[in-house]
Design a protein around this ligand. Structure first.
Ligand SMILES: [Zn+2]
Length: 429
């Protein structure tokens, strides 16, 4: 029935739609943030590297799709892994994102692409046959959306306007992470302290052979595959007030807590803030290690504050509870938690070291990507070549061996070595 009333109602429906579109456009405009960046470093071994790239585009040639990338790589046992990661990680992550996605889908695809990119970087670096390893803390900023992926102990700290200081990373240190100790031991690594000729045990818990204090890194082929490159990933949306990120190597965090670092530079412009944090760390402990700090202020439009101002004194118990609870959970599933007070919206957090859990399931969406490609290294697979990431092994039948995502033979080998199912030391050369 095309009655007059109905047509009238239909026309009325169009109005909210137009309003919706204009609201969305407005939102997009609102999200156009600007960044102010500062960095400072004091080198001792020359193994800290950082990446600052503010001209990336989701759709090449379209400046309205721009985003920024920051990376910190603290190398050990040489600088080759840090340099390799700085040069390749971004490309490998971007290669793992399906083409033609809108902004929201692109942001949703990031956590999985980060996992694939980290694992590919590790695999490619190891194939060079060089020793050395590196932490990697990788930050993607698109408007008010901040996505962080990290292995090792280079932290990214958020000082949000009107909120408390919180870590967007967790430290993958054997000493401080019982869950990781258990995983490494179960996969064939030995965890213990340094013990010289039967003397007293000294220093932090390390993984043997190799003596690495970290439980995750890129590189380190001589330590063992159970030192995995699978990153902890967190995605948050800042409030319209913006916020400040402090990305720094353990040279800082061995002397300052996250809160101390954030508070020490509040009210200062980014460049000065970075220098002050480094200075503060050296004042406490001296130059014992490479010490690098990058400060990024995310400034919403129409906000002339060049840096986060001190938050209001009153910080509700609810906020504290919410943030602590979420960040202490290392393997929370996709969670959309909205802070009641609208401060920082946490959209994603996942820290599992199991590749199958991190790559998830490709249901119908897998077909959109077209042909079979390896979910990690993105090589084309012939239909009988790919092995489901969910298959127990080549020889065992999993419940859904036909379900994607799929891995190539090399990446399957790597997955099994990381899980301790294959002796580590079996390398792709
Ligand atoms: Zn592969």
């Amino acid at each position: 029935m095309g009655s007059r009333e109905e047509r009238h109602r239909h026309n009325q429906d169009l109005v909210p739609l137009a309003a919706l579109i204009s609201r969305e456009l407005k939102m997009e405009k609102m999200e156009k943030t600007s960044l102010r960046i500062g960095s400072a470093a004091q080198s001792r071994k020359g193994e800290d590297y950082f990446l600052i790239k503010t001209d990336c585009q989701r759709v090449p040639g379209n400046p309205s799709t721009s985003f920024s990338v920051f990376g910190l790589f603290d190398g050990h046992n040489g600088n080759a892994a840090a340099i390799f990661s700085k040069d390749h990680l971004l490309n490998y992550v971007m290669d793992a994102i399906p083409r033609g996605l809108g902004r929201d889908e692109w942001l949703q695809a990031l956590p999985r692409a980060l996992v694939a990119g980290f694992v590919k970087t590790d695999k490619e670096f190891q194939s060079k046959g060089k020793t050395s390893g590196t932490t990697a803390t990788f930050v993607i900023i698109d408007g008010l959306m901040v996505t962080v992926a990290s292995v090792g102990d280079s932290r990214c700290v958020l000082d949000a306007q009107g909120c408390n200081v919180s870590d967007l990373t967790i430290d993958h240190r054997l000493e401080e992470n019982a869950e990781e100790r258990e995983r490494v031991t179960a996969s064939g690594g030995e965890v213990g302290r340094l013990n010289i000729f039967g003397g007293p045990e000294i220093g932090p818990l390390r993984c043997w052979p190799g003596g690495l204090c970290l439980s995750r890194s890129i590189g380190d082929m001589d330590v063992g595959e159970f030192i995995v490159p699978i990153p902890y990933v967190k995605q948050v949306k800042l409030s319209s007030a913006g916020g400040r990120l402090i990305i720094a190597s353990d040279g800082i965090w061995d002397s300052l807590s996250s809160e101390m670092a954030a508070k020490s530079c509040r009210g200062l412009p980014a460049e000065l803030a970075a220098r002050l944090v480094v200075k503060e760390a050296l004042r406490t402990r001296g130059l014992k290690d490479d010490t690098t700090c990058v400060v990024v202020d995310i400034i919403p439009p129409n906000n002339n504050t060049p840096h986060p101002s001190p938050p209001p004194k009153r910080f509700t118990k609810l906020q504290a509870l919410l943030f602590r609870k979420l960040s202490s959970k290392s393997s929370a599933k996709l969670a959309k938690k909205v802070s009641d007070v609208g401060i920082v919206e946490q959209l994603f957090e996942e820290g599992s070291a199991m590749l199958a859990e991190r790559l998830g399931n490709d249901d119908s969406s897998g077909q959109n990507c077209g042909v079979f490609v390896c979910a990690v290294c993105q090589v084309d697979l012939s239909p009988n070549e790919g092995i489901s990431v969910h298959a127990g092994s080549i020889f065992s039948m999993s419940s859904k061996p036909w379900q994607g995502p799929f891995l190539c033979g090399d990446c399957l080998n790597k997955k099994e070595a990381m899980e301790g199912k294959r002796p580590s030391g079996v390398k792709v050369v």
